[in-house]
Design a protein around this ligand. Sequence first.
Ligand code: NAP
Length: 232
Amino acid sequence: MGDGIVVFGGGGRAGRAVTAEARRRGYEVTAVVREPARYPELGAEGVTVVRGDVTDPGSVRAVAGGHVAAVHAVSPFSGPEQGFDSLDPDFFVTAADALLGGLAATGVRRLVAVGLFANLLGADGRPVMDDPAVFPPEIRPFARAHTAGLDRLRAHAAGEDAVDWVMLTPGGGLEQGAPRTGRYAIGGERVPEGAGPALSYADLAVAVVDEIERPTRHRTRVSVTGTGPGAE
Ligand SMILES: NC(=O)c1ccc[n+]([C@@H]2O[C@H](COP(=O)([O-])OP(=O)(O)OC[C@H]3O[C@@H](n4cnc5c(N)ncnc54)[C@H](OP(=O)(O)O)[C@@H]3O)[C@@H](O)[C@H]2O)c1
């Protein structure tokens, strides 16, 4: 576990892709899920499945120690069919606090979080989620909750012992099952102009593990987009 990566949301779409990419590069992975019995297929060589809750600082401390980096790929909302009755608007704020506190306490210095397209800025400078022509208004409660989590990460004080976080936000859609090309483009706060094809989860995972191995962005949020077919 000493040079491994702990993946919160390890049973989800992004979490599985990150786990696969990390294993491909030889990292040990601790996949954190709330109920390990629901994921009998997740454990594999180099992958340890543990119970944990990203909103609980004690739980974060219990699972994070000894890893070189953590990945936040947790979502309380997996699709419109789920509805919002159970959505806690403070979910991502609570998770940000638990992660930054728990990781700092256990000496894990790098956190890569997956963001949401909805709070990138459009051409008019407004967040995408404020434009009903681009973003479905019915999903705004989730987008607002996600954005509050980003704001919370930004509000955490910098300092010698602070966690060096970065949030990688898909610049458009995320495609499950699309191939890994090994390529992606990092942008800024805006929806990238003339963005390439939707990013595959596999290439998002390449970007996530790259930002662990060779960090290029610090305490900020950036867009990540696909670049089309690559060498693989
Ligand atoms: N275009 C875009 O911008 C875009 C598209 C898709 C996703 N995303 C973002 O990418 C991230 C990952 O999304 P995804 O598609 O991988 O979601 P997903 O497949 O729904 O997976 C999310 C995982 O979060 C876990 N989870 C929920 N509550 C938890 C808690 N309290 N503690 C620990 N784990 C918890 C769930 O696992 P358990 O139920 O087992 O705990 C679930 O497997 C999210 O931030 C999402 O908003 C962005």
